[in-house]
Write a protein that binds this ligand. Structure first.
Ligand code: COA
Length: 325
């Protein structure tokens, strides 16, 4: 049976753009190094009046408008974020209140850069089992607030933003098979033994501070290509499709070289890979829904297309979802 289907998408970015050249004026780096090693040319950085929840609400409103529904019909909100407004309550409850659809289910998912994939698969399961009828799945981050701006090996890589999708529960009258719209298959993984390769060195229960992002970039890179190509293979096998059947791949936007290497390993043509890392940098849980929304709005991704979403992040956590739009 097909899972939850897409009704609409939306995204939001902070007002301020910061180019590589602007960073190079402040820290020991160059535009050439950043572009060559990562493909990143600029990132958006939240201002004082912008938080994870304000970006999430803006993306959610755009997705609701795109879906052409009333916000009051949303009964399930899942926000994937590693940079919540507060330690608690969940940012999803703030989004719920801002949208005026209080009373349903609202919670956050913490799976860092694969947060949107974790949120998507969890929401699909909840909708399939009747826990809700219409859901908002949001990836929203203000990673600029947990960066060590003196560490050139990490601070050049990340940005802020939010992306959202509205999903509807599968109905009794849905078309059988995999030709109709909906989620076809998802697979999630985690390996807690890799904690020290990508983590934040603070938290309420340890340091009572927010902490800063720490990463062993070269090792993360190596694991990313292996884990992502493996989980994409699993989802294809589970669904009965091949790499050739995929119309678009919407990957987590960490590094253009990871996107290239993963697509090459699976034999997917580079033209089928949606790339926004040059414009947004790595926006963690927001990157997949942001890239998806960009490609839907510019007309590349259309109804009926077979789309593969994938991401990997701290933990490690990683996952993929195949969906007919
Ligand atoms: N500007 C200029 N030089 C920099 C730099 C910067 N911003 N950051 C690092 N360097 C230097 C290093 O100090 C090193 O110098 P050295 O050789 O004199 O020691 C050199 O560049 C190479 O560093 P290295 O870390 O080996 O580069 P790399 O080719 O592995 O690229 C990353 C670094 C971080 C871009 C790359 O490893 C990466 O993208 N990893 C995955 C990150 C990721 O995806 N994280 C998120 C997952 S969710």
């Amino acid at each position: 049976m097909m899972g939850a289907r897409l009704l609409g998408s939306g995204s939001a970015l902070p007002k301020q753009v910061v180019t590589n050249a602007e960073l190079a004026a402040r820290i020991d780096t160059t535009d050439e190094w950043i572009v060559e090693r990562t493909g990143i040319r600029q990132r958006y950085i939240a201002g004082d009046d912008e938080t994870t929840s304000t970006l999430a609400v803006d993306a959610a409103r755009a997705a609701i408008a795109d879906a052409g529904i009333e916000a009051s019909s949303i009964d399930l909100i899942v926000v994937a974020t590693a940079t919540p407004d507060n330690t608690f309550p969940a940012t999803a409850t703030k989004v719920q209140d801002a949208l005026g659809c209080n009373g349903g289910v609202a919670f956050d998912v913490a799976a860092v850069c694969s947060g949107f994939l974790y949120a998507l698969a969890t929401t699909d399961s909840l909708l399939r089992t009747g826990m809700g009828k219409r859901a908002l799945v949001i990836g929203a981050e203000t990673f600029s607030r947990i960066l060590d701006w003196d560490d050139r090996t990490t601070c050049v890589l990340f940005g802020d933003g939010a992306g959202a999708v509205v999903l509807e529960a599968p109905g009794e009258n849905d078309q059988p098979g995999t030709e109709g719209p909906g989620i076809i298959a998802s697979k999630l993984h985690a390996d807690g033994a890799q904690h020290d390769l990508l983590y934040v060195d603070g938290g309420p229960s340890t340091t009572q501070t927010v902490g800063h992002l720490r990463m062993k970039g070269r090792e993360v890179f190596r694991h990313a290509v292996v884990n992502l190509s493996s989980v994409l293979g699993e989802v294809l096998e589970q669904s009965g499709f091949t790499a050739d059947d995929i119309d678009w791949i919407v990957p987590h936007q960490a590094n253009a070289r990871i996107l290239d290497a993963t697509a090459r390993k699976l034999g997917i043509a580079p033209e089928k890979v949606i790339v926004t890392v040059d414009q947004h940098a790595n926006t963690s849980a927001a990157s997949v829904p942001l890239a998806f929304d960009v490609a839907r709005r510019d007309g590349r991704i259309k109804s009926g297309d077979l789309v593969m979403f994938e991401a990997m992040g701290g933990g490690f956590t990683w996952g993929a979802t195949l969906m007919r739009i």
